[in-house]
Write a protein that binds this ligand. Structure first.
Ligand code: SF4
Length: 294
């Protein structure tokens, strides 16, 4: 199912992306390009299978990212680059060097770009680095926080504390970077108390969070994920993708729908932009929004 062939070890050896077969002007945002600067992900979150699909994590160097962006900017007049990677800061040196080069004196004065992407919460995301990234054109970062409960974050296999998450979110906002976070309700080990901790986290940090991307109806148990393969460690009685439940039946599909609805209402009440990832989910959010505004 997953790719098992050879991989390109050094992404700097790849040629520049070739968009010559595409009529970029026919796209909704022709001034925007979506490109990758890395492969895979350095983390192994238990609910995720994305890290499995591209084998080991590899990243272009800062110099190579800079050359790619400069090339595409000159060729297509691209003003905004969306880095579609699992994470754009898996290699901190690369993103820091890239920022230095964009800011640096050998950048042509006309080289004014914006860029955005998803990033990991890690201690290296300091005020200084974020401010440099902003100066280099970073306008948006999305963080996979997923939960405001220390225990759940740990069970997910994330490598940060909720305290660090608060710090990085605040620093990102302070650097004037649009700050988005992912939240996933109903992880198998999430209790009602953990769920409320997530709602509290959001409320405590509402002034720093511009957008929340909420996983529709919460955690799914995907085949080949650690949750699926080691289901008993996570107290799972049933591993159906959407309709799984814990052995004590405390975490069921119905319970996740309940928590999801409460989370939607909470986020909307706090005035934070809510984004969901499916058409049916969008309808659901709209219905929730209408109910709240009545
Ligand atoms: S950081 Fe994101 S992409 Fe990487 S393993 Fe975790 S959920 Fe998957």
């Amino acid at each position: 199912m997953f790719y098992n062939g050879p991989i390109v070890e050094n992404l700097d050896d790849l040629p520049y992306y070739d968009f010559s077969d595409f009529n970029l002007n026919s796209y909704k945002f022709p001034e925007k390009l979506e490109i990758f600067i890395s492969k895979g992900c350095p983390w192994r979150c238990s609910f995720c299978v994305d890290w499995l699909t591209e084998k080991r994590y590899r990243s272009m160097s800062g110099e190579r990212i800079y050359q790619e962006v400069l090339f595409q900017h000159r060729k297509h007049k691209t003003k905004h680059f969306r880095f579609c990677d699992k994470t754009i800061n898996g290699n901190i040196k690369a993103i820091s060097d890239f920022s230095d080069l964009v800011i640096g004196e050998h950048s042509p004065p006309s080289f004014s770009i914006q860029w955005s992407g998803d990033a990991m919460i890690r201690p290296e995301m300091t005020k200084e680095l974020l401010s440099k990234m902003r100066q280099a054109g970073c306008v948006g970062l999305g963080y996979g926080l997923e939960s405001g409960s220390e225990k759940v974050v740990r069970d997910m296999g994330k490598q940060f504390s909720t305290q660090l998450a608060e710090e990085v979110i605040k620093n990102t906002h302070a650097a004037d970077i649009f700050t988005s976070i992912n939240i996933m309700i109903g992880f198998p080990t999430e209790t009602e108390t953990d769920f409320l901790e997530t709602l509290n986290f959001i409320e405590r940090n509402k002034q720093f969070i511009r957008e929340i991307r909420l996983t529709y109806i919460g955690c799914r148990v995907l085949k080949n994920s650690l949750l699926y393969d080691f289901s008993s460690r996570f107290n799972l009685a049933k591993t159906d993708t959407d309709f799984w439940m814990t052995k004590d039946k405390g975490n069921t599909y119905e319970e996740r729908v309940r928590r999801y609805e409460i989370a939607c209402q909470h986020i909307l009440n706090l005035g934070i932009d809510l984004r969901v990832n499916s058409r049916s989910a969008k309808k659901n959010v709209k219905a929730t929004q209408e109910r709240i505004l009545k």
